[in-house]
Ligand binder design. Structure first.
Ligand SMILES: Cc1cc2nc3c(=O)[nH]c(=O)nc-3n(C[C@H](O)[C@H](O)[C@H](O)COP(=O)(O)OP(=O)(O)OC[C@H]3O[C@@H](n4cnc5c(N)ncnc54)[C@H](O)[C@@H]3O)c2cc1C
Length: 281
């Protein structure tokens, strides 16, 4: 635990109380959900923590084929929910099973994962691929696709606002997720979430997001466009490998070099796409 200097701890009863406490601290207070990230924070300016786990935001609701997830739902609650089991034939469970380890998933929340949004994290990559929408309350109620949110200074937004819900849209198709790690418990060297809709043997829509590049998950729209109208078959996956190796934007960090990431990204994305296609056959 690195966080030091906390003088007061509050249990907020609802969103309004959390917001008014946050505002009273004028930047020296923080919302606390699972605390997995906050405990590791080096911020020395924080005086108060506001626990939001009792404000009524722990739920998973099915809405047709869509899913509404309350921000303080833990990753385990989500993983074990009927909603996650049914949504896209268990795609969310496939992602969450690969996130850290059980004790951490018991504590970490989906809202905390959206706000902390580490560049290497898997959840943002999956949410970007899914076209998730995020809702929050600050001065007013607001919403945005998570992809757009990540193009803004989103951490500044959540210094004065409570993220309340994540909505996952219904899709007629299938998604798959893969990540490359050095060991089962390690964070990703590269991760990838792909979705495909297939009609009359041809790809009608495609969603491809790749993360830990070392940047946060982003869509490869040029690849998505290139896939539409094609038949999912081995020749197409070979084309994907070549295209990605030639065009993907990757970088070097202490975990992996840009060269290595470029070489393996094509194979990773092609494999994930092939698995999404297989799920529809
Ligand atoms: C050791 C380790 C391994 C990990 N491995 C993985 C992995 O393999 N894959 C992966 O995807 N992720 C991984 N993560 C990231 C993990 O998913 C997130 O750290 C976790 O979900 C954060 O959730 P939390 O509830 O603990 O957030 P907290 O620590 O409680 O909060 C984090 C930040 O978000 C803010 N916040 C939290 N909830 C809200 C809200 N509702 N509204 C506004 N602000 C809010 C807090 O104020 C704080 O600034 C790992 C993290 C750790 C520490």
């Amino acid at each position: 635990m690195r966080l030091k200097g906390i003088k007061r701890f509050h249990y907020a009863r609802d969103v309004e109380e959390a917001l008014s406490l946050l505002s009273a601290y004028q930047g020296r207070g923080a919302l606390l959900a699972g605390g997995v990230d906050l405990a590791r924070s080096a911020r020395g300016d924080l005086e108060g923590l506001i626990d939001i786990t009792g404000i009524g935001l722990s739920y998973v609701r099915e809405d047709g084929g869509a899913l509404r997830i309350g921000a303080t739902t833990t990753l385990t609650e989500l993983l074990e929910s009927k909603g996650a089991r049914d949504y896209l034939a268990g795609f969310l469970r496939e992602v969450l099973r690969q996130v850290a380890v059980t004790p951490l998933r018991n504590q970490a929340t989906i809202g905390g994962a959206v706000v902390s949004a580490h560049p290497w994290a898997d959840i943002p990559t999956a949410l970007v691929a899914l076209g998730a929408e995020v809702r929050w309350v600050g001065e007013r109620e607001e919403r945005a696709p998570v992809e757009e949110l990540y193009h803004q200074r989103f951490r500044a937004i959540f210094r004065d606002a409570v993220l309340t819900e994540i909505r996952l849209p219904a899709w007629e198709g299938a998604f798959a997720f893969e990540k490359l790690v050095r060991s089962a418990y390690d964070i990703a060297l590269l991760n990838c979430a792909c979705g495909l809709g297939i009609e009359d043997g041809k790809i009608a829509w495609a969603r491809v997001a790749v993360g830990a590049t070392p940047h946060r998950g982003r869509r490869l729209t040029w690849l998505e466009e290139g896939l539409v109208g094609e038949a999912p078959r081995e020749e197409l996956w070979s084309w994907v490998r070549g295209e990605v190796e030639a065009k993907v934007e990757v970088g070097t960090d202490r975990r992996a070099s840009a060269d290595w990431r470029r070489k393996v990204a094509g194979a990773l994305i092609a494999r994930t796409l092939a698995r999404a296609a297989e799920r529809q056959s």
